[in-house]
Design a protein around this ligand. Sequence first.
Ligand SMILES: Nc1ncnc2c1ncn2[C@@H]1O[C@H](COP(=O)(O)OP(=O)(O)OP(=O)(O)O)[C@@H](O)[C@H]1O
Ligand SMILES: CC(C)(CO)[C@@H](O)C(=O)[O-]
Ligand code: BAL
Length: 279
Amino acid sequence: MQIIRKLSPLRIALRELRQSRSNLGLIPTMGALHAGHMHLVETAMKQCDAVIASIFVNPTQFGVGEDLDAYPRQESADAALLEAAGVDLLWVPTVDQVYPDGFATNISVSGVSAGLCGGSRPGHFDGVATVVAKLFNQIRPDAAFFGEKDYQQLAVIRRMARDLDFSHDIIGVPTVRDADGLALSSRNAYLTPEQRAQAVALPATMGDAAEAIVKDGDIEVILRDAKVKLLSSGFHNVDYFELRNAETLENMAIFDQPARLLAAAHIGSTRLIDNIAVT
Ligand SMILES: Nc1ncnc2c1ncn2[C@@H]1O[C@H](COP(=O)(O)OP(=O)(O)OP(=O)(O)O)[C@@H](O)[C@H]1O
Ligand SMILES: CC(C)(CO)[C@@H](O)C(=O)[O-]
Ligand code: BAL
């Protein structure tokens, strides 16, 4: 597996790869890889004949006071995992390869980026859309793979790709969970053993709420009770716990298909997110 950090060798490597492979898959990540990321890799390996992963802890998607500096960085362990999985090329750009001197462009996707994580992390999805558009242009993949764990992010990227005429496929991959239901996330590494045990309340409460909604319960009451439940289970702040249309992410006051429950909550200094289909 080639590890490349600068654009000019990247262009040469991509040209060479394209001579023998016709279907390049891209998996953008911020590193600190876990089985969720590796499921994206496995999915891409099945659908593409060459797979490129990127690791870039993108500063523009972190807000002031967020965990940019603390974000786990473990490039050699990540590279070993990707190589063992059969990834062809690892793109690890330095900051100047993504944001050259004088960089002055911002991609802002309205609508789907409003509320939810867009509400609690102002500017976050501008940072995500801008860096993902850059990665798409740098790699020019035939398909790009993203996890449903970051459900709103996936919706923002789909919208951006449609709006800006990126014609490659955007593939959403289901969330990989630990045995107790907690969604795998690089940020789980911040949790103490006690917090890790408490964190299971997030998927458990979401599952209970989804079941109650399907049984025609009062949505407002169910969502309010779910927040109270989280606050009594070790979470100290709930950014949101909402029922949305699964495709448009519009608010849903009356249960209808397709529906998605989405939540974000803080445990200690760690912010966890999750979402599930309500069917
Ligand atoms: N549990 C998971 N299942 C499936 N995909 C996942 C999972 N966790 C992350 N991904 C996907 O991996 C890609 C890279 O995500 P990222 O590197 O930010 O990891 P992360 O675990 O989501 O980290 P964070 O703690 O920052 O949320 C994204 O498309 C993300 O949705
Ligand atoms: C898509 C992404 C790699 C953009 O920095 C990031 O938001 C992530 O890892 O989910
Ligand atoms: N996995 C989404 C990246 C972020 O939280 O910034």
